[in-house]
Design a protein around this ligand. Structure first.
Ligand SMILES: [Zn+2]
Length: 426
């Protein structure tokens, strides 16, 4: 397939007029100027922008229809809104909700994500198979996804799988079910997802730590995803549940859960030694600004992350975050940094739109270990977006205009695994 347009090779530089040739699911060639030979492009046009697709580093698929239940603190919101939604996913909603979540992401240009399912066993094994095969979906999104592990402080139906497994051998609900990719290149990998320290006993966290180490030793490069220090009430509860732990971060560190394949969502209320611990272990902090504003969890300290050299990614955290569109999450990161600078931190660094765009493409790809995603270069995955903007946007503020004016209507085409996604399937 041949694409023609303005190539956003580097968000920090003006787009380059050129072309891309796709072979199978990969970008085979990238060129400047007119397309080679007399070949007519299969998609794109000289005034279209071609960019790597967006990647979301933190989303809860079962919460896709829970957006907008406002007015609660995190723990109250989980109990009153999220746990009932996750129970519904386990009872009968999973197939429909999974399809809804994936379609909404694709509609907004997100073709890769790191996400959470619920704690149910068979239901999520089936969801993982659907993601891995693309069955019933417009395409196969690229993903790292995990069954949520939790064994306390939530309704019984969400806890029974981990409680039951702990008392049985062999366990009826594997901690990490393996997806079947068939003969195609794998696009879906499994992660360990302990929800957070409140809903996991020290025994469950330790079990997850052992399991991850065992699976890595067997050659499976699996990730761990969890939440850390999102709200003050959550931090206070963790301190009561783990009275011997010096701090919240150490609860995960002691269970062997912090390394360079760990995604830690939020990290708003951390002490200096916790930042140092995360930096030393090269774990990734996933900043979720829209979610933090919605739940009034706090203002994330980008400067602390930068000063400690912590790896950073960006996530929508739907449904605490109200929007799956990653350009709007990028915008919220900029706005939150500006808010800190205007109020409590006059010296705060504010990311540019170009830096923010880079984070939701190449930056998130790198954080998820996808060295072949989020970039326009030979050998990279052909997961791409073709955009058309008003002509007046094509100046040095193009990326800022895209972020601040974002709408899915800007998307002309989405290309997944080297193929155009049929619009009527989204
Ligand atoms: Zn979350």
């Amino acid at each position: 397939m041949l694409l023609r347009g303005l190539l956003l090779l580097d968000p920090g530089r003006p787009p380059t007029p050129g072309w891309l040739r796709i072979d199978g699911d990969r970008i085979a060639e990238v060129g400047e100027g007119a397309s080679p030979g007399a070949a007519r492009p299969d998609a794109g046009a000289p005034d279209c922008i071609i960019t790597p697709a967006f990647i979301d580093a933190h989303i809860h698929l079962p919460q896709i229809d829970s957006v907008g239940a406002d007015g609660m603190e995190l723990l109250d919101w989980l109990n009153r809104v999220i746990y009932p939604a996750e129970s519904w996913w386990g009872r009968s909603g999973a197939t429909h909700m999974l399809r809804t979540a994936v379609r909404r992401m694709i509609h907004q240009g997100t073709l890769g994500f790191a996400g959470y399912l619920t704690s149910h066993g068979d239901v999520n094994a089936a969801a993982t198979r659907a993601l891995a095969s693309g069955a019933g979906l417009p395409c196969r999104p690229r993903c790292i996804v995990g069954r949520v592990a939790m064994d306390r402080e939530a309704p019984d139906d969400l806890l029974e799988h981990d409680r039951w497994r702990a008392g049985r051998a062999p366990s009826p609900t594997p901690l990490l079910p393996e997806p079947d990719h068939g003969a195609r290149r794998p696009r879906c990998s499994i992660s360990a997802n302990p929800r957070f320290a409140i809903s996991c006993t020290a025994e469950l966290l330790a079990e997850i730590g052992w399991t991850v180490r065992d699976r890595r030793a067997a050659g499976a490069p699996i990730f761990t995803q969890t939440h850390l220090a999102e709200s003050p009430a959550e931090c206070a509860r963790v301190a009561r549940l783990f009275p011997d732990a010096p701090n919240y971060t150490s609860v995960y560190a002691d269970a062997g859960l912090l390394d360079d394949r760990t995604l830690l969502a939020h990290c708003i209320h951390l002490a200096d030694d916790e930042w140092r611990c995360i930096a030393e272990r090269k774990s990734v902090v996933v900043h979720c600004p829209t979610a933090n504003i919605f739940l009034e969890a706090g203002l994330f300290d980008l400067d602390a992350a930068r000063e400690h050299g912590v790896r950073l990614a960006l996530g929508s955290d739907v449904a605490a975050g109200p929007d799956v569109a990653m350009p709007r999450v990028a915008r919220a990161m900029i706005e939150m940094a500006k808010l800190r600078r205007m109020t409590i931190a006059p010296e705060a660094h504010v990311p540019t739109p170009e830096q923010a765009w880079s984070m939701i493409t190449r930056g998130n790809a790198d954080a998820l270990g996808w060295a072949d995603a989020g970039r326009l270069e030979p050998g990279a995955a052909a997961d791409l977006l073709i955009l058309r903007t008003p002509e007046t946007w094509l100046d040095e503020h193009l990326v800022g205009r895209l972020i601040y004016n974002w709408s899915a209507e800007l998307l002309v085409s989405r290309i997944v695994e080297g193929r155009l996604v049929a619009p009527d399937t989204i």
